[in-house]
Design a binder for this molecule. Structure first.
Ligand code: NAG
Ligand code: NAG
Length: 158
């Protein structure tokens, strides 16, 4: 193997193991749909969720909170009430994906999934960020109108 190849292999490995926290995924949904925001950690064996905390947040807005093995939604932001759920059977396998139903335009945001294991030796915290884009559903007539407007706009700018 040439040394340049070895160098790039090491660089990629380093990159792949960087701590998460930067934007991990972008999802797209239409108004009214249900979307699954992905968040998973890799963990050897089953997680002990009885002493862990899982937050889904938009900055300081609490979208969903799971604590001591169950949902804890008392301080959930009211805009998300009744629209969020985790896959409870999957959580112990490190799958913290959040299902968000009845998508609204205002749901477009960067969501942070934060997992904290309290009793773990190192106060393990893992984070990932998921961006959600939302498009409105538009009617056939609105579509035609927008297309026409675009054409006129182009012509006008020539
Ligand atoms: C996590 O669980 C959801 C719901 O069952 C599933 O759609 C998704 O593929 C799972 N993600 C992974 C990485 O297994
Ligand atoms: C874990 O965090 C708590 C509070 O931040 C701290 O008191 C404790 O010493 C930490 N434990 C370890 C093992 O780092």
């Amino acid at each position: 193997m040439r040394w340049e190849n070895a160098f790039w292999m090491v660089a990629c490995l380093l990159f792949a193991s960087l701590p998460r926290g930067q934007l991990d995924t972008t999802c797209h949904a239409f108004v009214g749909e249900t979307v699954i925001l992905p968040c998973t950690i890799t963990s050897p064996g089953e997680l002990d969720v009885s002493d862990s905390k899982l937050y889904w947040q938009i900055e300081s807005i609490l979208v969903h909170f799971f604590h001591n093995g169950e949902d804890s939604l008392r301080y959930q932001d009211e805009n998300y009430r009744g629209r969020t759920s985790l896959f409870l059977d999957e959580v112990k396998h490190g799958n913290f994906s959040l299902q968000l139903s009845n998508i609204r335009l205002e749901d477009a945001a960067v969501y942070t999934c934060i997992y904290k294991q309290a009793r773990a030796l190192s106060n393990k915290t893992q984070k990932s960020k998921i961006k959600l884009d939302v498009s409105g559903t538009i009617s056939y007539h609105e579509k035609i109108f927008l297309l026409k407007k675009k054409k006129i706009g182009r012509r006008g700018s020539v």
